[in-house]
Design a protein around this ligand. Structure first.
Ligand code: SF4
Ligand code: FES
Length: 158
């Protein structure tokens, strides 16, 4: 997990959960730019704007919390991207993306075959293509460009 913070907002990124659907990059490139390092510029926009985009992240790879003394209204920081978010929905919705992941919205718990809890969250993206390196979660490997990048990184590390 990587952390990006300033006095108003703390952003957490869980790379293994990122489905690389790039909604964050599309909607707020001043903050989320995959071509830059670090790829999250926490000072690139108002914290409220960043919160809005993180609330729309379908995989739960991006989350946020407010540091002590933040001037952001807590009522604006309690969406599904909040670290403390507890979903009160009674129904979990699943949407199958063609040639992409299964988007899950609503309280969901994933267990392994031993009955151990792997993840409990209200947003996640599950792999439908069978190529993910982090099953059952989508890690973007359904995209040929992401697969190529991973292969390149694996070769470099040898
Ligand atoms: S899954 Fe979330 S963090 Fe990953 S690219 Fe999409 S919106 Fe951004
Ligand atoms: S659907 Fe994304 S890695 Fe399989």
């Amino acid at each position: 997990m990587r952390v990006y913070e300033n006095s108003e907002l703390i952003v957490y990124w869980y790379p293994e959960l990122c489905a690389h659907v790039s909604f964050c990059v599309r909607d707020l490139r001043a903050v989320f730019d995959a071509k830059k390092r670090p790829w999250v510029n926490i000072n690139g926009a108002a914290p409220e704007e960043i919160i809005k985009v993180i609330d729309a992240c379908p995989s739960g790879a991006l989350r946020y919390s407010l540091p002590a003394g933040s001037k952001v209204q807590p009522s604006l920081a309690n969406g599904s991207g909040s670290l403390d978010y507890r979903d009160k929905s009674t129904v979990t919705k699943m949407k199958a993306i063609k040639k992409g992941p299964l988007l899950v919205e609503g309280p969901t718990a994933i267990y392994n075959m031993k009955g151990e809890l792997i993840k409990e969250a209200s947003r996640m993206t599950l792999c439908q293509c069978g190529l993910s390196s982090n099953p059952p979660f989508c890690d973007g490997s359904h995209r040929p460009d992401i697969r190529a990048k991973k292969a390149e990184a694996a070769t470099e590390s040898k």
